[in-house]
Design a protein around this ligand. Structure first.
Ligand SMILES: [Fe+2]
Ligand SMILES: [Fe+2]
Length: 404
């Protein structure tokens, strides 16, 4: 039976026949679906949707109070799993080739979607699940490849490269949290298009090398709503995609925009994307600021735990990236130094390419050490500028050394 019910009465296991969503100038088409977790209810509440239509023949009724066991059986709910860092399954050099192709295809897709938007067409994002599925597989095989490539930037392609990077970071974070593959892909697609609204923000604002005026700032902030409105024209996207677009600038302490949502009123999907978005923005070079080192970016995320970000989400993000992300210059206790070129399943013991003798202050023949298999340990962070390079140049140099 189809019936209209209040959002506050919804619960996991109810089948939503019609989400009854209207958003500004867009109508949001969502496929009928089960409420698989509490996040969907959080999103509906944060959108101020008061009533939806449910189908009690396909799912639970809002009034019946089945035991938790029944609900679990009906929707196949899984116990939350432990967090896990995975050891690379495929060598970095090999996975880099795959990741390069994925990045190129992602750039083409985003360029095409931005063009559709600028020409007033409904964006064609039909291939985005296939693409994010390849990103997901690549991260499972060797997470360093995509994350490393997404650090290599050119300033003028910022929004496109930022979107690919945020989506990669979201996949990495959700994989670390052992979320289901289908959920990860939903969030990855949302993250890929979270800033699509910037395609309709005047280009001068996006690339202005000076501080924005109050008026310009207001316009810039509207990109979140533009993104949600544009995605609202696309049929069949899960609710998380719209919500990520609309709410990725909300902050846990209520200081964000556009709605100043606070705490758990912000969906889990939007909170996960927010932390990845901020980290990528901080560690990217822009026309108005240099790039922050990844390690400094992680420290900022740590400092913002409990204020801008939920404590646990900030913690999971740091763990998922690792305290020695690929590209980090490090000094070993044995007096040599180099750069992290790969992760292992032991966060403190990554793979390091050594090419400098700290005592003699001279370069030595480059060689690679897997610290999880030796007694050598990292003593401190190093500095790219010591080798006469920026971190970006250090990464590029490393990439060029990889066999094609
Ligand atoms: Fe944004
Ligand atoms: Fe962003």
């Amino acid at each position: 039976m189809i019936k209209k019910v209040k959002v506050e009465d919804l619960r996991v296991g109810v089948y939503i026949h019609d989400f009854n969503c209207q958003w500004n100038d867009g109508i949001i088409y969502m496929e009928p679906d089960f409420i698989k977790d509490e996040n969907v209810i959080t999103i509906l509440k944060s959108w101020k949707i008061r009533e939806v239509f449910i189908d009690t023949d396909k799912g639970l009724d809002v009034k019946r109070s089945e035991s938790r066991t029944t609900v679990k059986k009906e929707i196949g709910e899984q116990k939350p799993k432990d967090r896990l860092l995975s050891r690379p399954q495929v060598p970095l050099a090999q996975e880099l080739n795959t990741a390069k192709q994925i990045t190129q295809d992602a750039e083409q897709l985003l360029q095409r979607v931005a063009r559709d938007v600028q020409e007033g067409k409904t964006p064609d994002i039909s291939s985005s699940y296939e693409l994010t599925n390849r990103m997901y597989t690549s991260i499972r095989q060797n997470r360093d490849a995509l994350l490393l490539l997404s650090r290599i930037r050119t300033k003028d392609e910022y929004t496109m490269q930022h979107s690919i990077s945020v989506s990669s970071l979201v996949i990495n974070l959700c994989s670390y949290c052992q979320m289901s593959e289908s959920k990860i892909l939903d969030l990855a697609v949302g993250a890929l298009f979270h800033d699509i609204g910037k395609a309709v923000v005047p280009q001068e604002l996006l690339t202005k090398p000076a501080q924005l005026s109050e008026e310009e700032f207001v316009e810039m902030r509207r990109h979140a709503e533009y993104s949600a409105n544009l995605l609202a024209k696309v049929r069949g996207l899960p609710i998380e995609c719209y919500d990520i677009a609309l709410h990725h600038h909300e902050r846990y302490d209520g200081s964000g925009y556009p709605h100043g949502l606070k705490g758990d009123a912000i969906s889990h999907a939007a909170q996960l994307t927010a932390v990845c978005d901020v980290f990528d923005a901080m560690t990217s070079e822009r026309c108005y600021k240099p790039a922050m080192e990844q390690v400094a970016g992680l420290r900022e995320i740590y400092e913002a735990r409990g204020t801008f970000f939920h404590q646990d989400i900030a913690g999971d993000f740091i763990q998922s990236v690792g305290i020695y992300p690929v590209g980090t210059p490090v000094v070993l206790a044995n007096g040599t130094s180099g750069v992290v070129v790969g992760s292992t399943d032991v966060m403190m013991r990554p793979v390091v390419q050594i090419f400098y003798d700290e005592k003699k202050q001279e370069r030595i023949k480059a060689h690679t050490i897997d610290l999880s298999k030796t007694d050598d340990v990292i003593a401190s962070y190093g500095e790219a500028k010591k080798f006469g390079l920026t971190s970006q140049q250090l990464l590029t140099r490393f990439l060029h050394q990889q066999p094609a």
